[in-house]
Structures are given as C-alpha cells and as structure tokens.
Ligand binder design. Sequence first.
Ligand code: MIG
Length: 751
Amino acid sequence: MVKYLIKGQKILLESCDVKGYIEIISEDIARVYIEKDSLIRNTGAICNTVIPSGDFKVNELNGGITISTSKMIIKVRDNFKIDFYDIDGNAICKDYEGNRTRKNRLSEIDKALLEQEGHSAAEEENYSFTVIKAMADAKAFYGLGDKMGYLNKKGYMYEMWNTDNPDPQLEHFKALYKSIPFMIALTESSCYGLYFDTSYHLYFDMGSESDEYYYIAAEEGNIDYYYIAGSNICDIIKEYTYLTGRINLPQLFTLGYHQSRWSYASKDEVREIAENMRKNRIPCDVIHFDIDYMDNYKVFTFDDKRFEKADEFISDLSKDGFKVVTIIDPGVKKEEGYFVYDEGIKNGYFAKNPDGTVYENEVWPGESVFPDFGNENVRKWWGDLHKQLVDKGVRGIWNDMNEPASFKGPLPEDIIFSNGDRQTNHKEMHNLYGHYMAEATYEGMKKHDKRRPFVITRACFAGSQRYTTAWTGDNHSLWVHLQMAVPQLLNLSMSGMPFVGTDIGGFGSDATPELMARWIQAGCFSPLFRNHSAMGTKYQEPWRFGKEVLDIYRKYVELRYTLIPYYYDLFHECEKTGIPVLRPLILHYGNDKVAVNLNDEFMVGESILVSPVVSQGQTKKLVYLPEGKWYDYFTKELIEGGQYIIKDSPLDTCPVFIKAGSLIPKYPVMQYIGEKQIDTLELEYYPGEKAEYVHYLDDGESFDYQEGKYNCYKFTCDGDNVKKEFVHKGYEKDYKDCIIKNTCTGVVKTL
Ligand code: MIG
C-alpha cells in the first residue's frame, strides 16, 4: 500500500521501504523524487523563479493512488511504479513492468575464457538508480544536448559526462562536451518530456538494450526527474525552458559573422584579417582571439609585445566595425606573483585534493590550478576579473576547456569542489563546471560592461542557456561532420540551447574548397555564425579557396546579414517561449512521418526551410517539402509540398524555401551591424493565405528593453490589403517607412 500525505504542492509517499514524493510544479509538470539517501544535491539548472503551483486532486484506488491535474493523471502503484496518463486516461509514459533483458554480448564460453584469464565477466552495473520506462509506441527521442549521430536518438546509448575528445566524433561517441539530461519522446499519438536533474555520470539507453524499454541510470544521487506533459513538441520545449530558463536577447552584432582561428597571434595578423574582410566585402562583426593573445597563456593578461597597447588596437578595430571576443580558459597558471594565482590562493578559491592542498593538473599554461566555480564567492571574483578585459574594449568571452579538460589525465573523482556552501567532489561537480563558469562570466560581463553579455562556451549543463551561447567543439573538416552538424544543432536547440553553431569549415583537418562552400551555405543559418580552424590546418578564411568559393561565401554571408531582423525576431520569440531559432521540421509538422527522421533539413523559424547539400560531389538535392505551398527562395518558383522534389544545386546553390503566406523582414547588406542606419524596413511577402508577422525593434544592445523600451509592430497582408499596427511602442526610434514587397509578382507596397 502506498501511504501518502499532502504537503503544499508535494504528495509525500511511502511504500514498503521506498520514500519519496511527487511534486506538482504546474498542471503539466510533475517532479518525481525518490530518496536513495538524505543529501539534497542542487544542480543549478532549475530557475529560482519556478514556484510550484497548480491545482491537483489525489484519489486512492485499488493498488495505489492517482494524482490528477487539468492536464495529466499520475498513477503511483503500490510497488512504487509511476505511470503518466493524459486526462482522457490514455497511457503516455509508464514504468516498465517486465524483466530487464540485458544485451547478450558474451557467450557462456566467452565468459568462462575471460574468467580463466582473470577478467570479470560480470554484467551488473553499480548504479545508484535505474529508471526503466516502457518503450510502448515511442517512435523517436530528441534532445539530449550535443550528442553525435542523427536527429532521432532511438536505439542508441549515451552518457552524460562532459568529455573533450578531439578524435573525429562520430555516431558511436557516447558523450561529448555538454550534458543536458533532457529528452523528448514522440509516440504514435502523443509526446512527453523527461528531465533528470542530476549532475552525476548518467546513462541514457534509448533502446539499445531492448525494444521493450529504455532506461536512465546514474552513478550516484537520488531519483529526481520532471515529467512534462504536452500535446506537441513545442509545448514540451516551452515547459522545459520554463523550468531551466530561457536566453536573454543577444546584442544584435553577435548575430553577424564571426571569424576565428587558433590563433591570430599578433596585432599584425588580426589587422590583416580585418583588412581582408573589408577588402573582399565579406561582412564581419567579430574577430575571436584564441589562447595565443595571452602572456604565457595566463588568463586575464595580454602578451605585451604581440598585443602591445591592446586597448588602442581594439579601439582602432572598432572604428571599422569589428568587435573582439577573447578566450578565457579555467586553468590558472601556477606562478607566484601572477595576480590571478595569488588572489585565488590567498582566498582558497581553487579546487583541492582530499588532503586539503591545492589540486594541480596541466593545461595550456603548464602546471595549473582550477577555480572552484560551484562557490558563489569564486564566481563573483572570477566575474570581476573580466573588468580588465571590458576596460580594454573586449565585447565577449569565449570559455573553452571547461569540461574541465586536462593534459595529465582526468581530474580524479574525489577532488574537492563546492556546490554552494557544501563541500563535495568532482564526481558531482564535473558536469556543472562549464555551467558555473559561464554563469560567473555572464554575471561579470553584465556588471562591468552593462550590455547584454556575449559568452560562448564549450561545456555546459541544462539551464546554461540563461548565461551563454555554445559551439559544438572540435569537429573536423569532414563531410560527415557537416552532415552531423544539422541534427546536432537541432537537438541542442530542442534541449533549450538556441544560440548554437559549429566551427564552420571544420576545426581539425583541411577543408577542401567544395566542403567550405557547402559548409558556409548550411552554416550561415546557424544562430552562432563562426568560422574557426585549428593550428596547423589549412587556413580557412573565406579568401583562401579561390575566387569561386569567395563569391559563394559572400553570397551566403550577405544572405545572413539581410535576414538579421528575422533572426532577431526569432530570438525575441525564444526569450519569451523557449522555442528555438533552428527547428527540425517535426516541430511544426508533428504528424508528418518523413519529418520524424529528417537529418539533412531544418527550419529557421516557421517560414524558412533549408535543405543544404552535405555530400561531396552532389549537385542535385533530394528535398522534402512538408504539406502546404513553398517558394524557392532564389527562383521564386511555387512548389506544392507534401512531396520530395529533386532540386538542382550547383556549388553556389543551397536549396532554401519560404512557406507561402510568409512575411520576411530584411535589412540591406551591411559590412557590419550598425554600418548603415536603417530607416526603412522592408518585408518580403510570399503570397499564400493571409500572412501575419510581428516585428520587434529595440536598441540592440542594452537591457533597456526589459523596462519596456522596445517597439512591436504587427504586419498583416493578404495580397491587396496590408496593415501595420503597433502592438507596443516604448522605443523612441521608429522606422520612417515600412515597405512590403511582393517579391513573387514584383509589386511594392508602402505602408
Ligand atoms: O586543446 O584554444 O575547442 O576551439 O581553438 C585545444 C585552442 C584547446 C580547444 C577548442 C578550440 C580552440 C583550442 N582549444
């Protein structure tokens, strides 16, 4: 028998020797907590603005209890199995009842041989918990952060343990840099989300062991997960980002093009890059400084020869529209007299060995020590160190190596870190290290720069979208990595992280001209738009591949710049709802069977569909268009959806389609954001049913919009009738004119 007691939003439960509770967070979110020990472990993922509320009723029934809200019914059976139903009583997500059938990889003879040789042939793992859910009619799993492979994660096995592995990352990789223990299940008739709020090493077996069930296991900690009910994937993402937070609107310039390289190691080199950008008319807003700008890799320093008078240099660059982002790694060089090391040692801010001495490992600066970011004082100190960079004119911070990575073997599990005021170990804090580093960076930049911080990180956890953008780490200039970039960014987007991108052109290995051309076509649509490459590989700036590729490159960077207002509007929507900028087709076409497993297409918002060429030598692309009517963006040809088409795609053509009935706002091509004053807003109308579009405008930089200093315009257009209205007016600047261009018939309408 389950005994229960209602306490606020919690239904405390007890049955046999199991103890726990269900907490109603909202009418569509329930938290399941089952105690393994009494220690409460905070991951920092759940926003402190989440205050459980929502009506519910508890009923006793034969063999357990039911808890119902207006959106779901939860059954807790006497054996403590928990099932979720919709309000009509249809089972949506049930605990698995049968026996686990472990994968049989070793025959009896194999086992005997292994044991004879003194190896263990045991198949039992030593997990703190394993939650096993019935597979039922789940046809796809999405989310799980930055995992490699395909859009649909069903049938694969993953681990959550932030990992820096520079080998070419392929679909067999279990873990990468980020851990986001959130999954969306799509079933034949419904969908749901599960978020496991656990920072320990986790295992997500999405049906690799069995067709009958999938499981989530952890090396330590209590069962603590959130079930999210919803009728479509968008709902699930909204609820998940209600729990773990949403981005703040980025500064407008961060949506422009970023050029990076490991490394532009002197002022001369940087100047040359900047000059070439303008000379070749490749729009560019940001240049990244990788580790070699520092003095001996000491964070918060500049090499005083190669970057002498860095502030003057950065100010010069800014006159030509360039903003500088500098890399900051967590490893602090062990060197007496170096202020960061000295201050950290004096205050006890670095991770420690179990015996209390400061832990050391090797990273870029040589012997280094590691800030204890789980401690609030350490975060504040680290954040304040950014003042020196802000004072020099640095506009954004790039956080790398924060898995944390190390050269002399991984950090042992028992290294002492803090989680708030509590001392704990690396085992608990490993997956949170990048998250807390990004938080420290964000808060420091916010305090000292005052503008909306731009942070880019390699490692992170659930909820990091509140502080940072992310790139997918060390890919290679390989076609397979261009292919996998699409599902990887889509799954990150569905995992609450909207501002993401890959190293365009590939980080390791050499890009061919053809690969570069295809990567820029796909990459110009990723929210974070950065070309980056590794030391020792072929230089990868746009002009390194000959005239044909340079022209193609320009065409797509220019396309991106014209779409900046559309991107900004999507970020505005994302800030309010969590719905990402990049979307798999399944987000808007939930019943479309093809969309379930579509790996080489994506949508930008609801109106733009991109089907990039991602294979070597291909000049015709098989494109799937979902139901409705679509315009070819370049030819304006109208095509019936609900079918595959073959699209001619010579090297300069990326298949892009616009949904009929769309309005797309556009800016003129600029070499950088702010180069031109925009006094006219142009919207392209793609005829169809009545088009409606909400456009957002603010200063693109400060937090004033949060006090209402922004404008929102609503445009409607059904061919002959066009209308503009203010939904909100709080920003003094307004467009002098708004023009709706019916691109497909050549008619221009002025409002
Ligand atoms: O050990 O800072 O993923 O983007 O260029 C390599 C040098 C360290 C890894 C990052 C990469 C960066 C590189 N870093």
